[in-house]
Every structure is written in C-alpha cells, then in structure tokens.
Design a binder for this molecule. Structure first.
Ligand code: 13P
Ligand code: SF4
Length: 305
C-alpha cells in the first residue's frame, strides 16, 4: 500500500470505529496529516475531552496518553505504540520523589506534565512548558520543588527571581543534548536566522535564543514573524512541519541530534493497526490514581493553566 492509500483507510476506519486521533507535533508528517488534532500534550487532552468519540488514539508517548485518560476517564484511550515511553518522565518515580519530599517538607511540588500519572499523585501543581512561568508565578508559596526537568525549572527561576526553586538532575535528552557550541556553529552558518528554542534546552542554549517557548509557541512565533529564516531548537519534526506550513520561509535544525526516538516509534502502519483493532495498548489507570493525579491538574486549571 502507498502512504496515501494507508491514510485513506485510516480515515475511513477511524470514522467506522468511533476513534478520535490525536498526534503530538513531534510525530511524523504522514501521521499529523490524518490526525483530528495536533499540538502539545495538554492541548490535545483538552480537545479529546470535548469530542463525542468513545475511543481516543494518542499518537505520541505514554505520559501523553495517560494525561488524556486523566482528563477523560470515561473514554477508552489507546497509545499508538506500546513501547513509546518518555526518557524524562521515566527518570523520577513516586518512591524517589517521596524521599526527596521528606528533605524539603516546606516546598510545594510542581510537576511538569511530562511525568507519569503515578508521580503526579504525590505532587501539588502540574504545569506545561507554556504555562509553567504563569502558574508558578501565581502560586502564593515561595519555596518550590520543580520536577523532573531541571532546565525548564532553571528557565522558570530566571523569569521569577522572587521564587526559590529547587530542581533535581533530570530532563529531556532530546533537548538537553545541544550545547552552546552547537548554537554558535548554527548561527555562523545562518547569520540572518532567528533562533527559537524550547525551555527544555540547557540554560547556556536558551540564553542565546531570540525566542524561548513551548513547541506550539515556537510554531506560532515562526508563523507570525516577519523574519525569513529560523534555526529551530526543538525536536526536528517541528522544523519539517514549519517548512510545510510556511514554504516562503526557511527553517534549519539547531542540531540533527534533536530527535526523540520514542516519538518516532509510531509509524503510519501502527496507526492503521490501531484503528483496525490490532495494535496499540489501552491505558488502564485505577480510580485512586486517576483521582489523586487529577488534583495537581485541577490545581493548574485553577491557577489559570
Ligand atoms: P511541549 O509540546 O508541551 O512544548 O513539550 C515538549 C515535549 O518535549 C513533549 O514531549
Ligand atoms: Fe520525552 Fe523529551 Fe521525547 Fe518529549 S522529546 S517525549 S520530553 S524524551
């Protein structure tokens, strides 16, 4: 079958089987093309909660499908590839953070949405990369334990010097892999390009950027900007999507090493198998986990996230 034929079959099968397809923006182009919604993980889970479909297929990684389930526990939620985890989400578990919390009993625990549902059960407030500064800034507490991404934590600390933010050594290998030397090289090669980076990058990298923001914010900025060339400092699929969306502009990868192998596990044929009832994995969470993990997401919503 050709890509086009498979895509047509997926579109037909998803309708017949009452499935809404979500694709994170780091998914390949042929997958985002057949998705009902694309975007970042929290935006996708909100969209999933508003559709009437009983079945949701999350093309992305495990924590993203869990977030969909937390927001819509009544729906059947599938992850597109059973082994697509997230290296950062798996760095810190409930047992470890339970111990760390004892060392910092007066700190409020802020957890990045890129974390497991189990870890969220013992955290106070959830944040996304686009809402982190706003949410932490609107918390009355000064002392914060920010997990699991120390780079995003450092970024929030710089924006909010009045806070006392403690981080642990954890983060996204896809974003943390780039160094200031990669930036200098890319800027030398493309002196007229603006540098747009994700706050999961190291501070030495985001300090050199013209714009720092979430995946969706980077895409929006590039689309609205009057500049013609951009160096993109996030997962390399974003560069490709932007090139399709803005053919009159030119986009360069900050580094070809910025590729998330978990995000790339899902193939178009995996999606076909899922909508055909022969693939993926259903996300099962017990009621207690759902109720406890929901609390930090509800707190984020209360604080304007
Ligand atoms: P956002 O899409 O929320 O910016 O997150 C980036 C990321 O690493 C997703 O896995
Ligand atoms: Fe996890 Fe990083 Fe991959 Fe996102 S890009 S899924 S944070 S490893």
């Amino acid at each position: 079958m050709t890509i086009k034929e498979v895509q047509e079959k997926i579109l037909k099968l998803k309708k017949e089987n009452d499935i809404c397809i979500l694709a994170h923006s780091y998914q390949a182009r042929e997958i985002t093309e057949i998705a009902d919604f694309t975007g970042d993980s929290y935006a996708l889970s909100k969209q999933a909660s508003q559709v009437s479909n009983k079945n949701i297929l999350m093309c992305g990684v495990h924590f993203m499908a869990e977030t969909v389930k937390l927001i819509s526990p009544e729906k059947r939620v599938l992850i597109s590839h059973p082994e697509a985890g997230c290296a950062m989400a798996e760095m810190m578990d409930k047992a470890l953070i339970g111990q760390v919390k004892q060392l910092y009993p007066n700190h409020k625990v802020v957890v990045y949405i890129n974390s497991t549902a189990e870890l969220k059960t013992i955290c106070d407030v959830c944040v996304t990369s686009s809402s982190a500064v706003k949410i932490v800034g609107s918390m009355p507490e000064k002392d914060i334990l920010f997990i699991p991404d120390c780079n995003l934590g450092a970024y929030v600390q710089e924006q909010l010097p009045e806070k006392n933010i403690k981080t642990l050594s954890g983060g996204c290998p896809t974003h943390a892999i780039v160094e200031a030397t990669d930036v200098i090289k890319a800027k030398e090669e493309h002196p007229n390009a603006l540098l747009l980076v994700h706050p999961e990058c190291q501070p030495s990298v985001f300090h050199l950027a013209d714009f720092v923001g979430s995946t969706s914010a980077i895409m929006e900025y590039a689309k609205k900007s009057s500049a013609k060339e951009f160096i993109i400092g996030t997962e390399i699929s974003i560069t490709e999507h932007l090139q399709f969306d803005c053919p009159e502009k030119t986009f360069y990868n900050l580094s070809y090493a910025m590729i998330c192998k978990n995000m790339k596990m899902t193939t178009l044929m995996d999606v076909y198998n899922c909508v055909n009832g022969n693939g993926g994995k259903e996300i099962i969470l017990d009621d207690q986990t759902i109720n406890q993990a929901r609390k930090c997401i509800d707190e984020m919503i209360k604080l304007g996230g």
